[in-house]
Design a protein around this ligand. Structure first.
Ligand SMILES: C[S@@+](CC[C@H](N)C(=O)[O-])C[C@H]1O[C@@H](n2cnc3c(N)ncnc32)[C@H](O)[C@@H]1O
Length: 294
């Protein structure tokens, strides 16, 4: 693709999502835009980039195509283990009256992260407790996928235990669909992490995993600053495994404490006082009961 087209599309993606496409990524941009160019009847990617400049719908499609949506079930495992073994027991100990757990999967991609947590909540929350999971992303195409809760066999093969497949999915043609009981736990909202979070609420756990790596350092720091009021005082923020050692300036280190939970480093609002309560056991929740017909 022509350098001018690359610059135009890179500037658009940066403006709309804060994702940085370095000049050496032309091949990637071209590969991702080529199918859209063909679909739109353009003779080249350069012609398609010109169309994107004047057509809002194509602009949306191009931005969706240029977000990196790599994800999998129970990605990296350790954060999910820390969730059931440490975070959830500690959160429950502090919420015995409200009996509700609220989670935000920020940059949720196609929803595997949100639904992985939903499965664990189903397995570990005792009867009488409720939970909700907000799944947000800048890609409207990804949010539509979360809402549908449908996954290909290839996607199912990436990290989902066989027992969970049997328990939480039904066949839908050549795909698999998440059961309604879990879909009801997850709601979606379009949210650009580089924009305002007003009205989003406060969460007991925020998963901000494998997305900061696409931004420059000032944007990463700005997000970590602005997300702070949206994590409960005794709550947790989980970053991706390669994102936990991001250099933080002094004002950010004053906002966040780091807590090592097994192999996982969580961030917590500074001064969070509750400490881990180990040993929460799996119990049959109302969702399990509904699923098994009990
Ligand atoms: C690599 S996926 C990570 C998915 C999931 N969190 C995980 O760890 O498996 C990155 C996601 O971040 C989203 N994203 C990129 N820029 C964003 C932004 N500015 N605001 C919100 N989401 C963004 C992309 O659309 C993509 O779905």
């Amino acid at each position: 693709m022509a350098p001018a087209s690359f610059q135009q599309i890179a500037a658009l993606v940066l403006r709309e999502t804060s994702i940085i496409y370095e000049p050496r990524k032309e091949y990637l941009v071209e590969a991702r835009l080529h199918p859209l160019a063909v679909q739109a009847g353009c003779s080249s990617v350069d012609q398609y980039v010109a169309l994107v400049g004047v057509d809002a719908q194509e602009r949306r499609k191009a931005i969706d195509a240029l977000t990196i949506n790599e994800t999998s079930w129970f990605r990296d495992n350790a954060p999910y283990q820390a969730f059931t073994e440490t975070m959830l027991p500690a959160l429950m100990a502090g919420r015995t009256e409200r009996r509700h757990i609220s989670i935000w999967s920020a940059a949720c991609s196609s929803g595997q992260e949100a639904y992985s947590i939903a499965m664990l909540l189903d397995q570990h929350l005792p009867a009488g407790w409720t939970a909700d999971i907000l799944a947000t992303d800048v890609s409207t195409a990804m949010l539509a996928r979360v809402e549908a809760g449908r996954y290909s066999q290839v996607e199912m093969n990436r990290g989902l235990p066989a027992t969970s497949l049997v328990k939480y999915f039904t066949r839908a043609g050549s795909e698999w669909q998440v059961v309604p009981a879990l879909r009801d736990m997850v709601r979606t909202r379009h949210l650009n992490l580089a924009d305002s979070y007003i009205g989003i609420g406060t969460f007991d756990l925020v998963l901000l995993r494998n997305v900061l790596i696409y931004f420059d350092q000032p944007t990463r720091h700005d997000i970590l600053r602005r997300i702070h009021p949206h994590v409960a005082g005794d709550g947790y923020l989980l970053l991706g495994s390669s994102e936990t050692t991001l250099d933080m300036p002094a004002d950010l280190t004053a906002l966040w404490d780091r807590e090592q939970l097994g192999r996982v480093q969580a961030h917590r609002p500074a001064g969070a006082t509750n400490r881990p309560v180990h040993g929460l056991s799996a119990t049959a929740s109302p969702i399990s009961a509904a699923l098994t017909g009990a």
